[in-house]
Ligand binder design. Sequence first.
Ligand code: B12
Length: 462
Amino acid sequence: MAVPTLLLIAPPVLYAGQWWGNRRANKPHFASLAGAVGDLCEVRWLELDRQPGPDGPLTGLVQAVADIGDDLALVGISCWTSMHYLGAVLTIETLRSMRSSLPIVVGGHHASAAPRDFDGLADWVVSGDGENALRSLCLEWPKRPARTQRLAGAVVSRMDPSAIDWVNYGPNGRPERGAPVWLLAARGCPFRCHYCMEPLRGPSRSTYSVQNTLAIIEGLIDTHAPPSVAFADPLFGADRAWTLRLLDGLVERDLPVTFWAQTRADLMTPELLERFAQARFKLDFGLDSGSLTTTRLMEKSPNPARYLDRSAEMLRVADRVGLHHEIYLLFNYPGETPETAAETMRYIEALGTGRGPMAAWVSPQTFFILPGTESYSRMDDHHQRFGTVVRNPQWWKVPGDQYRLATAVLPSRAYAGREAELSSFAPWAGALNTSWSARYPPEVAAFRRRFHGGTGAAPPPP
Ligand code: B12
């Protein structure tokens, strides 16, 4: 064996249709994993969750294994979302049929949340950040163990930009000139929202320094000429001082790109929002509900009333300063009733009262269950208390329309016999966005066209 080779694979998403929309996006997690072992071995990538190839979902797998030949020492499979699960199983079974002795390690958010799903399939299942665990496997190159082993990933507490190959930064480890670039500048989120998996990782945060982040962005603009840079950070702007310094640097440099990030409105200040607008950001705010009851059930904040007041105040500022933004809403969370859904709609409508300029776009979706979340572990409790019915608690194992399966949830007995109302948020949002976008100042309307028109940057979630 000349140089041992690690093959990193993103398995196909077989049953999620348009729900898995970001097929073009590069994967910061692959760049970081490859960077963590790049000095120990040859690393090859295979992203099968992009456009399916001519020979079906596993196009390129057989060829990649054949090309690498005997140097192939380990395969790393990223079950990044639960939508990747059945594709991960198919990929492992296919690899086993080609090379039964091939050691296979699995990681990613789904593997972290439901490691048992890979018992008897993978040799190792890594939960959490995978860099250190992968490095230990690439130092020892162990043979396949008798049965599946769990490896606890160590939280990446220091982000080192020199660990990433920025020149070849992109899908399948190759730069894609002219395409939007996804960049991770910070890991971690201190909040414990019940529908999200991030709390599983713990609150530890790590970031690049502001100077390094600015240098990385300038470098990527040089080498990749992206129309936009999207931050993959779970919660952008959690550190106000860091964010203000970064925005000052971006405004000063007046770079020829737009930016995208997701964050929380209650963390903002008027000064920050002004800077985001000047730096040509589109921000997506995970507000999720406008109802005190539902906000409390989701555990969005230790103080739900202050959270809603502060968020409304800052969202109005975002409109006033012309910062184009989306407001994510999550309807039908366990415990939701027609009354609490109406509270959310009234709360949002109140943001647009009067004739002032708007810059907002409402992006609602309905609740779906995810493993490893607090709402998953409270399914029985929600059923007792609210009459919540999650019809397909393990939807990711079912071939079929997984979006329909995952969202088949009766949030409370209050909706029994009124199931048709569970999707009434869609026409409501459509009408609101039509009236609000008619009140966009020309520069906001132009920004939205530029952002969604040519840039192809982060599309709104389904
Ligand atoms: C950025 C992001 C997006 C971006 C996509 C970015 C991209 N490049 O593709 C956008 C906004 C488009 C997006 C969309 C969605 N997303 Co998203 N997203 C994220 C986020 C914030 C990324 C975090 C990240 O990049 N971290 C940095 C990297 C370096 O770390 P990492 O991803 O944690 O990977 C580490 C480990 O998982 C592990 N690992 C990963 N792969 C492997 C492989 C091996 C072999 C090993 C050993 C280890 C390993 O090591 C990695 C490095 O430490 C995550 C997490 C979060 N907190 O919210 C959610 C997250 C992945 N998204 C999630 C979901 C559900 C979605 C949506 C389906 C939501 C929706 N509204 O419908 C959509 C669907 C996608 C679509 N529309 O196409 C869920 C997935 C949970 C699940 N069980 O499926 C997450 C976990 C958030 C949550 N709510 O819990 N998302």
